[in-house]
Design a protein around this ligand. Structure first.
Ligand SMILES: Cc1ncc(COP(=O)(O)O)c(C=O)c1O
Length: 365
């Protein structure tokens, strides 16, 4: 028996064939593999902020001297600051190193092996990732032809082992939102409902005000997108206080690092600057949508987030992704049962849109 077979006998059987998560490409790994220098790569594949973070963040981190001390595990200051921003009492709040970690934490809290999680597909891959890591089963409810959530189908999918309903709004990768009435209807099932608002700042629609009125609504937010802090990893969630208390108990200690706390504090002091950037991204999203619509072999889908999903009507999305990549433009492509031949393009700066459109037209001819 080889060492591998030996170790696989000991690994949890359901994880032996676990697929993992396919993360976005880091530009530094493309050195010498694409036609442009790494510093000229236009990264439109992970819905990051093309303008970066607030300049106050870099300045504050350069002057910060507390790196040798553990952060406050009770998140007292962090929760107070977030309470001011989210407009809800601090006892509802839990922060983590990225909202991905909160998705994972919430699923760990509710899902035992063989429990079921309702997921409205196509959607963000981490819901599957964390459900399967818990040994749970993902029950997929297909979105309708306009990628909105089919509430009747979600309710029909509820079974005795259903533990939680997970919905991203705006949804990644479709950019679609779920109306508040639909969320209220799902809350009336009594099951915990997790609404992932990672892209809230681009849509301005939120159910956070309902969190203090309902004991089964949880909402997740991120600083990765609107505040340009993806690399520092900071996200938070709004929960009924009882659930927040459980999450604080089961999270890994010191999970939000001191640099992320400083970055978040400085970002919140520079809201006007960051919101101007968000406005610029929204305006550019609308222009990008219009420009993509002019290419007859692409079908862009209206989006409330900072990215646009496009069906590729001629040729292969994978090949298009590769051609763009060779020219130094990174986008995401999908070739899976519910998204056959699609690309997802993050909204960049106007000059990024111009370069993308020029390259798309060159590919076409
Ligand atoms: C819907 C959704 N939720 C959560 C995340 C994770 O964000 P974070 O960087 O805060 O972990 C993403 C990232 O792409 C996302 O698309």
């Amino acid at each position: 028996m080889t060492d591998k077979e030996g170790i696989e006998r000991l690994i949890r059987p359901e994880l032996v064939s676990f697929g993992g998560y396919s993360a976005a490409t880091s530009p530094e790994t493309l050195e010498g593999k694409v036609e442009v220098p790494v510093e000229n790569i236009i990264k439109l594949d992970a819905n990051e902020n093309p303008y970066g973070c607030s300049p106050r963040v870099s300045q504050a981190l350069a002057n910060f001297s507390g790196f040798s001390v553990y952060p406050d595990d009770g998140q007292e200051k962090l929760r107070e600051l977030l309470a001011g921003y989210a407009g809800i009492d601090a006892r509802h709040i839990v922060a983590e190193s990225g909202s991905n970690r909160l998705i994972d934490l919430v699923l760990r809290l509710f899902v035992s092996p063989k429990d079921e999680v309702i997921n409205c597909v196509p959607t963000f891959g981490i819901y599957r990732f964390s459900t399967e890591l818990c040994g749970g089963t993902l029950v997929e409810v297909r979105r309708d032809e306009r990628y909105t959530v089919d509430v009747a189908a979600v309710k029909a999918a509820i079974r005795p082992r259903t533990k939680i309903i997970v919905i991203a709004s705006p949804n990644n990768p479709t950019g679609t939102q779920i109306p508040r009435e639909d969320i209220l209807e799902l809350l009336d099932t009594g099951l915990p409902v997790l609404i992932d608002e990672a892209y809230y700042e681009f849509s301005r629609e939120t159910v956070v005000p309902l969190v203090s009125q309902r004991d089964n609504l949880m909402v997740l937010r991120s600083f990765s997108k609107w505040a340009g802090l993806a690399g520092l990893r900071i996200g938070y969630g709004l929960f009924p206080p009882r659930i927040a208390d459980y999450l604080l108990r089961i999270k890994i200690p010191y999970s939000v690092n001191v640099a992320a706390l400083v970055a978040m504090e400085e970002s919140l002091k520079d809201i006007d600057y960051l919101q101007e950037r968000v406005k610029a991204i929204i305006a550019e999203r609308d222009r990008l949508f219009e420009e993509l619509g002019k290419i007859e072999w692409l079908r862009p889908i209206p989006s409330a987030a900072n990215f646009i999903l496009c069906q590729v009507l001629k040729g292969q999305a994978n090949q298009l992704h590769q051609q763009l990549r060779n020219k130094g433009i990174l986008v995401r492509y999908f070739d899976e049962p519910l998204l056959q031949n699609y690309i997802r393009i993050s909204v960049g700066r106007p000059e990024d849109t111009d370069a993308l459109m020029k390259t798309l037209r060159a590919v076409e001819s």
